[in-house]
Design a protein around this ligand. Structure first.
Ligand code: ATP
Ligand code: MG
Length: 773
């Protein structure tokens, strides 16, 4: 046996050794699903499967890099380099570049980020003379995005009377036109947005059978991690590519499906057996990540969900300490408690900052944590939120770089044409835009042909415009031979960006220059990494693609020792020795927006399961008595999820009533935690958790896979979002009533209801607590 195969248990080895066919591994958190994928790839390669014939789709690019590294250790770097591994977006962006001409796109198409897309939509709304309070650009953007993810193209939209009517009913009859204009403008700019990367891949595979065949033949072996969170568009791509050889291995955990709100479809995992012939189903049961207390506590949580596949998760690891629950007065206290606890644990257990993670439900909660960590001089890194690449000074450099790669990139051009200021005013830009729209050309092309156009622009401005275009062209020429670092460095200096920033000597101004330096270092690392790991030149185009598709946890280079702060959604797939889950309060977690239906509440519970199962050694849960929310101090109630955990796995550390929380002083930090300050309000009780593998009979009982109840369950739940005109409903305050009218979709869906007690009321469904009768 190959020696690395000994690093797997029998259950893990089985799907690794099955070379061909369709297989699904369904297993709980920390049971080695990702490890199975990694070793399976290494094993396939050792059997002689060419790396070029393997496609592996992961949830983050970071996960892909880590898997590739491990595979390289087993099979050697020169082979591993050729593997196609990454997120759906990054892999299919690469494929689209190779086939772009078929869809009428340039291969150097730009990828618009959310900001670019929203800005363009806002421009279009303005140009069409529409009321921006009715057509809110962010709402319009998310509507267009959901159409794209359901593969509703502009053409399909205009053929769908129901959709058009729904938009008209929600007072947005011209949404279809905005959609059309947006798609046209992106096309003209040679740009795709995030959703296009999946939509256009589907289009490519559907419209061009020869292309489909080419990639079916190429990707003979396909592997997908976190399959439970694939959306419809992604599902169709995987299905199409794997249809010929059916060598497909997907791994997932229905209990960790947490992206339904963004269109992920749990039925993809439940229906897998119907989609392929002779599907082998594998289950892994042993958790290697966490202590018994954590595994058992997590099991007791997920047990409360009705819609789930029954699974066994056990561990041979130590019991470990119990989960600590602590109540604090305010979020400031919560931050101080967490910071002190990290400080103590780090000292006492000789740990690094990187061993700790703080997880929260919403990004806004990070501020209190940051303040407290800063006061303690504990280095931290926030994932998500406003990411490094979203900062203005960084985006300015990136927009220049984008423009020199694709001169039709309108959003980029508008951002840099007069920054740093070079005397090109808004009126001039407006004139150029109108002309560009008239001729169906880009603004860049209009400037190039300025001499032949009858535009009222004076000669001084004309000269400035020509200089600008010539400068960009000179960068383009440079980029054809130089690597990304050389180009970026030249751009930062020659455009005057750095000089502009140097004018500002405030600490913020200095920080901006430092950020640009960090960007340059990042580009240099990227160039070296590309040469080393992927065997390419590290061109600017490659770098921009990497940035555009960086997932939020990708920026962890691992070379800095910091506490990780992130939302639970971002923590999926990751693991940390110590995990603090903060803000365990009703309305916050579970979120107040997600408690209307059983399915929403169950998704929140799965999110809690994900959070808890990130911890290897110890988990902490904290909640406050009052918290500032929307600018007001409100009383907080402990989350129902705390109550749902079996008490035998918990230690409740609740300050005595007369105990006023005070920031811990150094004496407290170096000594033991003074437990006399606390009383255990809920002493542990009950029998201890099973300390060993369950008996065969217990396992047999547990293993009886309940029929996938997902689909019928969801349908049977009276989901207010499925509400129809004519339905009879009941409201806590207004009593019984009948639905008269429905408008809007998704988050914005409203119903007009005639109540017995309250008369006619219009209610936003995601907030209205309605029972359907
Ligand atoms: P998640 O559901 O959170 O994505 P997972 O099922 O993908 O988890 P992995 O991340 O693959 O689980 O594994 C969890 C941890 O257990 C990792 O640190 C992994 O290296 C370790 N591990 C997995 N299998 C084994 C094994 N057979 N022996 C030792 N360690 C293992
Ligand atoms: Mg995993």
């Amino acid at each position: 046996m190959e020696s690395y195969l000994a690093e797997l248990n029998d259950a893990q080895r089985a799907p690794v050794l099955q070379k061909d066919g369709a297989m699904i591994v369904i297993a709980g958190a920390g049971s080695g699903k990702t490890r199975v994928l990694t070793y399976r790839i290494a094993y396939l390669m050792s059997l002689g499967v060419d790396a070029f014939n393997i496609l592996s789709l992961t949830f983050t690019n970071k996960a892909a890099r880590e898997m590739k590294k491990r595979i390289a250790q087993i099979v050697g770097n020169s082979e591993a380099k050729n593997l196609w591994m990454g997120t759906f977006h990054s892999i299919f962006a690469k494929m689209l570049r190779m086939e772009a001409d078929k869809l009428g796109y340039p291969s150097n198409f730009t990828i618009y980020d959310t900001q670019d897309s929203q800005r363009l939509i806002s421009t279009i709304i303005k140009e069409m003379g529409l009321d921006k309070d009715v057509y809110k650009y962010k709402q319009v953007y998310s509507r267009i995005s959901s159409y794209k993810n359901s593969l509703i193209t502009v053409k399909a939209y205009f053929q769908n009377a129901e959709l058009m009517e729904a938009d008209a009913m929600s007072k947005k009859p011209r949404l279809g036109e905005i959609y059309k204009n947006y798609v046209d403008r992106c096309f003209k700019a040679g740009a795709m947005d995030f959703d296009d990367l999946l939509l256009k891949t589907n289009e490519l595979l559907n419209r061009f059978p020869e292309v489909l065949q080419k990639y079916q033949n190429r990707f003979r072996y396909i592997l997908v991690d976190e399959y439970q969170d694939t959306n419809h568009s992604q599902y169709l791509i995987v299905k199409a590519l794997s249809d010929k050889f059916q060598n497909i291995c997907v791994v997932g955990d229905d209990a960790q499906s947490i992206y339904a709100f963004r269109g992920a479809n749990i039925n993809n995992i439940l229906n897998f057996q119907k989609d392929y012939d002779n599907v082998q189903m594998y289950r892994l049961e042993q958790n290697y990540r966490s202590t018994k207390n954590i595994v058992n506590a997590a099991n007791s949580i997920i047990d409360k969900n009705k819609t789930k596949l029954e699974k066994v998760v056990w561990t041979a690891n130590d019991d470990g300490p119990k989960i600590i629950v602590n109540r604090l007065l305010t979020d400031g206290d919560e931050g101080r408690y967490v910071a002190s606890s990290i400080f103590e644990n780090r000292m006492q257990q000789q740990l690094s900052n990187g061993d700790f993670a703080i997880l929260y439900r919403t990004n806004a909660q990070s501020r209190a944590m940051e303040d407290a960590l800063r006061k303690r001089d504990i280095p931290y890194r926030i994932y998500g939120g406003l990411s490094f690449y979203q900062r203005k000074e960084i985006k300015d450099v990136l927009y220049y770089l984008r423009l020199l790669i694709n001169q039709n990139d309108e959003e980029a051009l508008k951002r840099v044409i007069n920054y740093p200021a070079r005397g090109i005013g808004q009126t001039t830009i407006d004139k150029l835009t109108i002309t560009a729209n008239q001729y169906g050309k880009s603004i860049f092309e209009v400037i190039e042909h300025l001499d032949h156009l009858d535009l009222k622009i004076n000669s001084g401005t004309r000269a400035k415009l020509t200089n600008f275009v010539n400068m960009i062209k000179s960068f383009t020429i440079l980029s054809e031979n130089a690597d990304a670092f050389t180009v970026a460095d030249t751009v930062a200096k020659k455009t005057g960006l750095i000089q502009e920033l140097k004018k500002d000597s405030t600490p913020e101004g200095v920080a901006r220059i430092e950020n640009i330096e960090e960007l340059m270092n990042g580009i240099r690392d990227f160039v070296e990494g590309q040469k080393e790991l992927a065997d390419t030149t590290g061109s600017l185009a490659e770098f921009l693609e990497d940035v555009a598709l960086a997932t939020d946890s990708d920026k962890d280079t691992g070379d800095e020792d910091r506490v990780a702060l992130m939302t639970i959604h971002l923590a999926k797939g990751l693991e940390f020795p110590y995990v603090y889950i903060v803000g365990m309060e009703e309305d916050l977690f579970p979120s107040g927006m997600s408690m209307n239906t059983r399915s929403e509440l169950e998704e929140e519970r799965r999110l809690f399961y994900v959070a808890l199962t990130r911890a290897e050694k110890q988990a902490y849960l904290t909640y406050t008595q009052s918290r500032y929310r929307w600018g007001k101090l409100v009383d907080a109630e402990p989350s129902r999820f705390i109550e749902e955990i079996d008490t035998q796995y918990m230690d409740y550390m609740i300050p005595q009533d007369d105990y006023k929380y005070k920031p811990l002083i150094d004496a407290d930090i170096f000594g033991e935690v003074d437990k006399s300050k606390y009383r255990q309000t809920k002493p542990s009780r009950g029998t201890p958790p099973p300390a060993h593998k369950p008996s065969e009979e217990q396992l047999r009982k547990l293993r009886k896979l309940r029929p996938a109840s997902g689909a019928s369950e969801t349908a049977s739940i009276k989901d207010t979002v499925a509400l129809m005109v004519g339905n009879k409903v009941e409201h806590i305050r207004f009593g019984k009533g009948e639905v008269i009218q429905i408008e809007g979709v998704g988050q914005d869906k409203k119903a007009e209801i005639n109540f017995e007690n309250g008369g006619l009321k219009k209610l936003l469904l995601r907030f209205a607590k309605l029972k359907v009768l």
